[in-house]
Design a binder for this molecule. Structure first.
Ligand SMILES: Cc1ncc(COP(=O)(O)O)c(C=O)c1O
Length: 372
């Protein structure tokens, strides 16, 4: 029997209310069916340039070195760590979730000297935390997760970056879940290296991940005493593809570029701030509604919550696995369970992109009410 016996695929249409992959913009889907062109085709290079400009807007940066890693969010995370964390250097990690733990593992593989400030999952870090930790550790690099998808906590990073700068440390931020749906604001906040993904706030399929690097960090990279151990993710080589004369480094996926172009066009048309506001309102509506159904937000302080990714403890006696199964089979709705220490204890609900609307949240609340 051939694995392609059915000759075509017909995936079910799901409503993606999870932490990502989130719902894809219709125009991004349509763009992916457009013809493939060569990787140096003038048309393709124009699309590339426009994506970079759109990403600068979404990131809130003037960084010239803003481009797309051919890979998922973890690929972009690895690029950031492998290029800016030198073997033997000190990395201070603000750790209160699964993705900070992933950064830790990557930094350890770079043979860095890792220091972690830990907080219970669902909490964020204060300026006092940052001051004491950074003063004590005197790190070369400071990293934090702006929107910790495993816990639902948002931390702009303002508390951390000012202190890191005073100590001359580079700041790397995981903006995988914040980009396109919440303030990222690299330049205003003072983040040197930020990485993200395509499948959450940008409403695109996974597989192409934005990264942005400040002039200070770029200078650091060019002065590294030895080359990064990775060739594919060596940002100094990769960057040459994104700027004239466009030197070949890898073969990018044209459909993913087309999709990202359209995802960013949709953001530009709506206006970034309007889009943030839409996500904020949808998140608030969701929290109010689920609390009436007996769910309890994991992140206690409303100001610390990711607007478009809500973590909830289910009412006592409710089996979260059964709930997720019921939503999927009865309504085609996907929500997610949790990772690591929160697995089985919370559910994660995303209201991103096309689903960050009053109607979509109301529909989800009705479905939840019917399934509990
Ligand atoms: C905060 C954060 N960082 C990193 C990642 C890794 O991204 P990916 O799954 O695309 O590799 C994720 C994915 O959910 C994430 O939420």
């Amino acid at each position: 029997m051939l694995t392609t016996e059915t000759k075509r695929i017909a995936p079910p249409k799901r409503l993606m209310y999870g932490p990502g992959p989130a719902m894809v913009e219709t125009r991004a889907y349509e763009a992916m069916a457009q013809p493939i062109v060569g990787i140096f085709d003038p048309y393709f290079l124009e699309i590339m340039k426009e994506i970079q400009a759109g990403l600068r807007q979404a990131f809130g940066t003037e960084n010239e070195k803003t481009f797309m890693i051919p890979g998922g969010g973890s690929g972009a995370m690895e690029a950031a760590i492998a290029n800016f964390v030198l073997p033997g250097s000190k990395v201070a990690i603000f750790a209160a979730g699964h993705f900070a733990d992933r950064i830790t593992l990557m930094a350890q593989r770079q043979r860095a000297n890792v220091a972690r400030l830990e907080r219970p999952w669902g909490e964020t870090f204060s300026e006092t935390d940052a001051r004491e930790f950074i003063k004590q550790e005197r790190p070369d690099v400071v990293t934090f997760v702006q929107a910790e998808t495993s816990t639902g906590a948002y931390q702009s990073g303002r508390n951390i970056t000012a202190v890191a700068r005073e100590h001359g440390a580079l700041v790397i931020a995981d903006c995988v879940t914040s980009l396109g749906a919440m303030p990222v604001e690299l330049d205003a906040i003072g983040i040197d290296v930020a990485f993200s993904c395509s499948q959450k706030g940008l409403s695109c399929p996974a597989g192409l991940s934005p990264i942005s690097i400040s002039p200070t960090a770029w200078e650091f990279l060019l002065k590294r005493p030895e080359l990064p151990y990775t060739w594919y993710l060596d940002l100094a080589i990769m960057a040459k593809y994104f700027e004239a004369p466009h030197v070949y480094h890898h073969t990018p996926s044209a459909p993913l570029y087309y999709a990202m172009h359209q995802g960013l066009a949709a953001i530009e048309e709506e206006g970034l701030r309007n889009r943030w506001e839409r996500h904020r309102r949808a998140g608030e509506q969701l929290i109010t509604g689920v609390q009436k159904l007996g769910f309890e937000p994991l992140v206690k302080n409303p100001a610390d919550r990711i607007w478009h990714l809500t973590t909830l403890k289910p009412p006592v006696g409710l089996d979260e696995v059964q709930l997720r199964q019921a939503l999927l089979t009865r309504y085609g709705i996907e929500i997610a369970g949790a990772l690591g220490q929160l697995a089985g204890k919370v559910v994660r609900i995303g209201t991103m992109g096309p689903l960050a609307s009053e109607d979509s949240v109301t529909f989800l609340l009705d479905a939840l009410a019917a399934c509990i």
